[in-house]
Write a new protein. Structure first.
Length: 333
């Protein structure tokens, strides 16, 4: 059993109890970021552990212990220069922290090795894809004839394309275009694959997924939520989205024929179901993603043996000493 701790104050989104939309349940966090081959126990951040997670607001390396596997994780896009509120970036850049054993970044799209520290760099999207592939969700099917048209799920205005598409769809479809804000109770459940959220998505033919920025590798949980719900994403975000996601499984904001395709699909159950049933993840990336996400701890655990193993070694040493003492006593008798 590997002991895991995380620094909530540094920006790790994991929580024991979900109270806000952007909270990530601890169980989800473990399944998302850690290999399934090991068992885990979450402990308080002040406790000794085998694995320690910090995030984008981390700046104090004194809390990182040399005998623990220290992992930086991010669900943010730290790449834009104007985003100066991330303390980790301001102090260490992306990779200049030799106390970190593995970097999980949300704004990169290829795994690599930091040349100086030899630390691994793994894209967050690798973990999202691995989670999606290995955690299917079985929702009640909503009949095509009962589905509403379209739902916008972005809550901010960081991407101006949102307003442009909203205006275009409202002009053509009027009140058939809805916004997630009308489901006010959703603010109290997690945006990470919560059943309540997916059930709402499943009631719509299309879910508009617009990332807050356009950055290679910056593919958030949104599109995977839509796939799990059985709806079709209308996507705008990572320029390299088609490297990971089958272009036949979603509609692209950049498509000049987007409105025509929406009209065609929303009028034809056969064509709609055909698109929904398309494979979502490109086969060419699955092997590397699976190997990377499931094996990245192995060498680190050899370099920094789990605390449980260290305790076991001490117990075994005591047992051997006791056995020796007992044998010596028998010989004396």
């Amino acid at each position: 059993m590997l002991k895991v701790k995380y620094s909530r104050s540094s920006g790790v989104p994991a929580v024991e109890e979900v109270k806000e939309y952007f909270d990530m349940p601890e169980e989800y966090f473990i399944k998302l970021f850690l290999p399934t081959k090991y068992d885990y126990e979450i402990v308080d951040f002040s406790s000794n552990a085998d694995i320690c997670f910090v995030s984008v607001q981390h700046e104090d390396n004194s809390v990182l212990k040399s005998n623990e596997i220290n992992i930086f994780m991010s669900v943010e896009n730290m790449a834009p220069n104007e985003r100066a509120h991330y303390k980790f970036k301001n102090k260490f850049g992306h990779y200049d922290n030799n106390r970190i054993d593995t970097f999980i970044h949300n704004d990169v799209s290829q795994n690599s090795i930091v040349s100086d520290s030899k630390s691994a760099v793994i894209p967050t999207v690798y973990f999202r894809i691995n989670y999606y592939l290995n955690n299917p969700i079985d929702l009640p099917r909503v009949p095509f004839s009962s589905k509403k048209l379209c739902l916008f799920i972005s809550r901010n205005r960081l991407n101006e394309n949102k307003a442009n598409l909203w205006d275009s769809l409202r002009l053509q479809y009027g009140n058939e275009v809805h916004h997630i804000s009308q489901y006010y109770k959703i603010e109290l459940v997690s945006c990470y694959s919560s059943i309540e959220l997916l059930n709402i998505f499943s009631r719509y033919k299309f879910i508009v997924v617009m990332e807050n920025s356009h950055q290679d590798g910056y593919i958030t949980e949104k599109i995977f939520n839509v796939f799990q719900s059985g709806s079709i994403p209308i996507y705008d975000g990572a320029p390299d989205i088609e490297h990971f996601i089958n272009p036949g499984s979603f509609l692209s904001f950049d498509d000049d024929e987007l409105l025509d395709k929406i009209h065609h699909l929303e009028a034809s159950e056969k064509e709609y179901d055909k698109m929904v049933s398309q494979p979502k993840i490109n086969n060419c990336v699955i092997g590397n993603i699976t190997s990377t996400t499931q094996n990245y701890l192995d060498d680190l655990l050899l370099e920094k043996p789990p605390s449980l193993s260290r305790s076991a070694k001490k117990r075994n040493k005591r047992k051997r000493r006791n056995m020796r003492d007992n044998n010596e006593t028998k010989n004396l008798i």
